[in-house]
Design a protein around this ligand. Structure first.
Ligand code: ADP
Ligand code: MG
Length: 482
C-alpha cells in the first residue's frame, strides 16, 4: 500500500553553528576554554560595560577563510560586521555582532557519498558571528541562571541551500562537515559540548513541484542523530497537515529528545525585527590576495584527496582507504606501521579490526594504543607468514603483548603454544588419517560435492589441536583429493 509520504518530497536546508578553535573570544582576550566555572571568563567587554570597545580577533578571520577555501567558496575581500538587535537576558549588549548581512564566504559545496552515488550539497554562505551567553533553566526552582563564559565566543554559521532531500543525506552532510572542520582544525566538532549545533529548516512539496513549501525551523539540535529524528518527525507532520488541507505556518520549533516530538516556540508573526545596521565600533576589514594565498598554501591535503592517493599507493580498496583516511590519527598510525611492514591490506584489517576494537573497549584514542608500531608490524608479519593464525594472533597474542611490554611475538607464541604447524610431512600425516577415516565422504567429494572440503579441513584442524597452518592444509587437501 502506498503511504501519503510517497507523494511528497522532503526539502531541507541546514544552518550549522561551529565554534572556532581560537584561544580567545571574537572581540576580546577572554578565554574560550570549555568547562570553566560559570562567569569566570568575562571581562568588561563580554559583560558589555559602558565605554568598552570590541577588537577583532584576526585568528577568526583566518579560520573562516580556511574553511571557505577548503569548501570552494567565493571569499569576500571587503568585509564588515553588523549589529543584530534583540533583547534577551543572556545577551548583555542587547545586540549580537554578526556578518549576517554580508558573509565572508559565499557559495561552495560539500560532497557526500550516498547509496545513490556522490552528491554535491550547495552552500549558501559561511559567516562569522559571536555567541550569546547560556541560560540555565533547570538549576534553580525560581530563577534562570546565566553563564556568560560563552558570550562573545567566535562562531561560524554555515548555511546550505535547500537542496537536501532525505534525513540520511542530512546526516551524511553533517558527518562530512564535522570531519572537515576537525581536519582543518577550525572547530573541534564536539556536539555534546555545543561546539557544533544545528538548526534544520524543513518543508515539503508534492513530487515534481519546483516551488518551495512553507518551512519550519527546528532549533539547536545537539547531535547528528537528533537532526535526523527531528527531520523525520517534521516530514511526517507537514505531510499530514498538507494531506488534511491544514495550513502550514512558518514557525520556529524545538525538538524534545525525551519523547521524540517537536513543539512550537514562536511563529513568523511574532518574529522580531532585528534592525541590522553596520557595527560602528569596528572598522571594516579587507582580506588581501596575499592573505588568501598564504592560507591556501597552508591547507592540508583533504581526506578525499588522501583516499585517492592511498588507494593508488598501497593498492587499498575505497572502503579500506576511507577507513584509514578518516582521521589524522589513524593515518599517522598506519604510516608508522608501514615503515616496518609492507602487508598493507593486513595492516588495514588489523587497524580497523582488533586495534580499533581494543581502543573502543578501553575508551582510548588510537594514539594511546599501548604497542609500538614495531611490535605491531612484527605481529602482522608473523601472521602473514603463517606462523600463527589471525584468530589467535588478534586475541591471545595481542593481549599477551599488551600485558608484557617488550616481549617478542615469537616468545609469546611459543609460550602459548600457538606456533602453527607448517611442516608438510606433519600436515600430510593428519590429512592422510582424516581421509582414511572417511572413505564415503571422499567418494561424495569426488563425485562433485566440493563443499565437503570444509569438513576435511575442519577434521585436520581438530587433529592438530588448532595448530595446523590451514592455508597450507587447504592447498594440500585439494591436491590430495584430485
Ligand atoms: P534566515 O534563517 O536568515 O531567514 P534563509 O531564509 O536564507 O535565512 O534560510 C535559512 C535556511 O533555511 C537555509 O539553510 C535555507 O536553505 C533554508 N530554507 C529556506 N527556505 C526553505 C524551504 N522552503 N524549505 C526548506 N529549507 C528552506
Ligand atoms: Mg535562520
Amino acid at each position: 500500500m502506498s503511504s501519503p509520504l510517497d507523494k511528497y518530497e522532503l526539502v531541507v536546508g541546514l544552518e550549522i553553528h561551529a565554534q572556532l578553535m581560537t584561544h580567545s573570544k571574537l572581540f576580546c582576550s577572554d578565554s574560550t576554554e570549555f568547562g570553566a566555572n560559570p562567569n569566570t571568563q568575562v571581562s568588561p567587554i563580554s559583560l558589555a560595560h559602558p565605554g568598552t570597545l570590541p577588537k577583532l580577533n584576526s585568528k577568526a578571520i583566518e579560520l573562516a577563510v580556511k574553511l571557505g577555501l577548503a569548501l570552494d567558496c567565493d571569499i569576500e575581500r571587503e568585509n564588515y560586521f553588523a549589529r543584530k538587535n534583540y533583547f534577551y537576558p543572556d545577551l548583555p549588549k542587547g545586540y549580537q555582532i554578526s556578518q549576517h548581512t554580508a558573509p565572508i564566504c559565499k557559495n561552495g559545496y560539500i560532497t557526500i557519498s550516498t547509496n545513490e552515488g556522490k552528491k554535491a550539497i550547495q552552500l549558501n554562505r559561511i559567516h562569522m558571528e559571536e555567541d550569546a551567553g547560556k541560560s540555565i533553566h533547570d538549576l534553580d526552582d525560581h530563577f534562570t541562571c546565566i553563564d556568560l563564559n560563552r558570550a562573545g565566543v567566535p562562531l561560524l554559521e554555515i548555511v546550505t541551500e535547500p537542496v537536501i532531500h532525505s534525513s540520511e543525506d542530512a546526516m551524511l552532510f553533517l558527518t562530512e562537515l564535522r570531519k572537515i572542520v576537525r581536519w582543518l582544525e577550525v572547530c573541534d566538532g564536539n556536539m555534546e559540548e555545543g561546539s557544533m549545533r544545528c538548526d534544520a529548516n524543513v518543508s515539503v512539496r508534492l513530487k515534481g513541484q519546483n516551488t518551495l513549501g512553507k518551512r519550519v525551523e527546528v532549533k539547536n539540535l545537539n547531535s547528528i542523530r537528533n537532526v535526523k529524528k527531528a527531520i523525520d518527525i517534521e516530514f511526517e507532520r507537514l505531510v499530514m497537515l498538507s494531506e488534511n488541507n491544514q495550513s502550514i505556518i512558518q514557525e520556529t520549533r524545538s525538538f524534545n529528545a525525551d519523547n521524540n516530538t517537536t513543539f512550537s516556540l514562536r511563529s513568523k508573526e511574532d518574529a522580531e525585527d532585528y534592525r541590522y545596521f553596520p557595527e560602528p565600533d569596528l572598522p571594516p576589514f579587507s582580506i588581501s590576495e596575499e592573505d588568501i594565498k598564504k592560507i591556501k598554501e597552508s591547507l592540508p591535503a583533504m581526506p578525499h584527496q588522501l583516499i585517492e592517493q592511498y588507494m593508488l599507493q598501497y593498492q587499498l580498496s575505497p572502503y579500506d582507504a576511507e577507513n584509514i583516511c578518516n582521521e589524522k590519527e589513524t593515518i599517522a598510525f598506519f604510516n608508522s606501521i608501514i615503515a616496518h611492514c609492507n602487508h598493507y591490506k593486513s595492516i588495514v584489517n588489523w587497524i580497523i579490526g582488533p586495534i580499533k576494537q581494543y581502543c573502543n573497549d578501553k575508551s582510548i584514542s588510537i594514539v594511546e594504543f599501548p604497542l609500538t608500531s614495531q611490535a605491531i608490524a612484527e605481529l602482522i608479519d608473523f601472521t602473514e607468514t603463517g606462523k600463527v593464525n589471525f584468530n589467535n594472533a588478534s586475541t591471545k597474542i595481542l593481549q599477551a603483548l599488551i600485558n608484557n611490554p617488550g616481549i617478542s611475538t615469537e616468545n609469546v607464541a611459543i609460550s602459548l603454544n600457538l606456533i602453527q604447524e607448517d611442516n608438510i610431512d606433519a600436515l600430510m600425516d593428519w590429512i592422510n588419517e582424516v581421509i582414511a577415516a572417511m572413505p564415503d565422504k571422499v567418494k561424495e567429494y569426488q563425485s562433485g560435492k566440493k563443499g565437503l572440503i570444509g569438513l576435511f579441513a575442519g577434521e585436520v584442524k581438530k587433529k592438530s589441536k588448532g595448530k595446523a597452518d590451514m592455508q597450507k592444509v587447504n592447498a594440500l587437501l585439494l591436491e590430495k583429493l584430485q
